[in-house]
Structures are given as C-alpha cells and as structure tokens.
Design a protein around this ligand. Sequence first.
Ligand SMILES: Nc1ncnc2c1ncn2[C@@H]1O[C@H](COP(=O)(O)OP(=O)(O)OP(=O)(O)O)[C@@H](O)[C@H]1O
Length: 227
Amino acid sequence: MSETVLQLKDATIYQGESMVLANVNFEMQKGDFVYLIGKTGSGKSSFMKTLYGDLELTKGKGSIVNFNLNGLKEKDIPFLRRKLGIVFQDFKLLPDRTIKQNLAFVLKATGWTDKGKIALRIDEVLDKVAMKTKGFKFPHELSGGEQQRVAIARALLNDPELILADEPTGNLDPQTSIEVMELLLDINKNGNTILMATHDYALLLKYPSKTLKCDENKVFEVVQRKS
Ligand SMILES: Nc1ncnc2c1ncn2[C@@H]1O[C@H](COP(=O)(O)OP(=O)(O)OP(=O)(O)O)[C@@H](O)[C@H]1O
C-alpha cells in the first residue's frame, strides 16, 4: 500500500507580499524520487522552504511526514526537521569541527545521549556515503563532492521519512555531480524518499524520474521525452 509523505492542495506560496507559486497540487509517496526543476527565480527554493517550515503556508493546504503545514508553530519546526533530511547546495557543515564532530553535534541536538550509540550511528551513515575513513578531517580538508557526501550522511542520521535536496549538485563539477547523484539514487533504492530541486538538465536526462516544473508561478508535472 502506498504511503503519502507529502501532500499539497491548492497551496499558494509567498515571499513576503509577493506570490511565488499559485495553487500547487502535489503528492509524494514513500519511495518516490522526484525532481523539481525551473529556471532561476521560478520558486524552487521557496517551494522547498515551505516544506521545511521556513516559509509559512498561509493559503491552501499542506501536510508533510504527518505534520500539518497550516498553522505550523515555531516550536514544532525542530520536530518536523527531525523527520526530514535537508541537503543544501552549499553543504552547510560547521567549519570549526571535524566531520565526526559535525555529525555528533546534530545527534546531540536531536536528543541522542549515549556515546556508544552516537559513535555507531556516525560510522553507519559515513559508511553509506563511502566517507568512513575521513571522519577525522575538517570540512575544508575535503573536496566539494566529499563535503556533499558528508552533508548527505548528516541528512540520514535520524532516518528521515523524506529527504529534501535543494540544488545538491549546484556547486559541483559535472563528474562529481554524477557521483553525488548516484549516491542519492542509491539511497533512494534503499527505501528513502527524495525530492530534489535542480537546474542540471544533464542529470535529468541521464537519470529520468518524475519531474515537477516551476514556471510562471505554477507547478506542473512534465513528461520527459526520450531523445
Ligand atoms: N527572502 C526573500 N524575500 C523576498 N523575495 C524572495 C526571497 N527569496 C526569494 N525571493 C523571490 O521569490 C522568487 C522565487 O525565488 P526562489 O529563490 O524560490 O527561486 P529558485 O527557483 O529557487 O531560484 P534559484 O534557482 O536561483 O535558486 C524570486 O522572485 C525571488 O526574487
């Protein structure tokens, strides 16, 4: 039986007073891999921000991983984010700590206290992204692709029900983008649900999947044509 992890009904997304996307209707099921595309300024990041509670949903309905986006309270946002894994273009690793310390920081902030369990979980997620041997390094000692792998490991720490990746390959060269993309697809094959905003059409062509497009304040599904 399919399980809905995200549902938007006639959702309108605003940045301040200005309307970015109108009447969005969209559903994601557990296990899906969905691209969100659209040119610069078309609203991809605003869409993502609404999903992780950074922008308020004031018009239309929305629910994500069993949280109601309507009237979401400030105090609920950390709990929502615990069920989401969020990956950004610029990695957002803490520069003054090693990779393991970065990951431990997140686990401690989300209620983990047992040192043994923390160490084990960190090893598990670093293993998933093939970075187990680099845990002692600082972010600046890693390449962009490696930093993004660590950011993906960080997103996996709390077994998220949905991963939101906003331009995860935006700062990477084409070959590294492919490697990171293959990692995300691997994670998806292992059962994780992923929504990925991108403007990298080469990836879309190479790895076709369900695709949503933001254009002229609307979001619609596009059908990829085989070339
Ligand atoms: N913090 C903000 N305050 C006001 N308007 C904003 C803010 N952030 C974005 N916008 C506006 O909202 C619209 C959508 O921007 P958004 O960043 O969601 O687009 P995007 O598709 O993610 O673009 P990009 O690919 O460049 O990241 C744009 O017109 C932008 O100028």
